[in-house]
Design a protein around this ligand. Sequence first.
Ligand code: GLU
Length: 289
Amino acid sequence: MITQQPYVGRFAPSPTGRLHMGSMVAALASWLDARSQGGTWLLRMEDLDPPREVPGAADDILRTLEAFGLIWDGEVVCQSDRHALYAEALESLKRGGHAFGCVCTRKDLASTAVDGLYPGTCKAGLPDGETPRSWRFDMPKDVQRWEDHGRGPSSVAGDAMGDFVLKRADGHWAYHLAVVVDDADQGVTHVVRGADLWTSTAAHMALQQAMNLQTPEYVHVPLVKNDLGQKLSKQTRAQPVSPRDAADVLAKACQSLGQPIPDVDAPHAMLQEALASWDVSKLRENAVS
Ligand code: GLU
């Protein structure tokens, strides 16, 4: 674990829609945690999945963050500009015997997957003459343990993830590979993000170990749910947050992070007050999955 390095945090939205309350809470938490420690806060656009992207969403996310006073340091980094880094990482995983080619189609997996996980079909090698459709990570079965600053002592068994995809059959890079490569390349020391990625942290740590990269500190923040108890997302038709309602949005975000609600009205003053009172240990009291 990293202890003495200067704090580098980041917010890493996917441009699959406008910012909703759930993504706003993650953005605010990572900004507050970074700024309260005098750290750097980077913005990385995770635009690796064009079929799921919405035109204009990336720009809209940036303008919304600015309107809320969440200003990042340096240039926005776009994953779509970084294919060479991911290709290099995949080659190094192949060389180390950590990645294997797979010819299974979605249809094959619909009948062979066990509990929704890859059954290991292509792990022992492909029949002669077959070319891989996708590349997968040979996920170690051991339990990954870390001290999560949002949720307390955490452990996830390697087989909860299965041998996940690194490069998809449609040629796109998978999130798990890109996020690990980029966090390491950008020197990120603290990853503050939604609790929906808590289990994925086991995959990220296993990749870091396979590539000899440092493991950052992790802070998983409570998910915001709608009245039906569903995680806010495009699929559950979450409404975008509007800077016009900034005071209300910031109050709700502080509340869902277990922090005191700032006792001032102007959004920028609220942000400063939230910063002054930010206490990461309060997240644990609110930690529900
Ligand atoms: N891009 C991911 C998302 O929007 C978040 C990645 C992360 O913070 O590690 O869900």
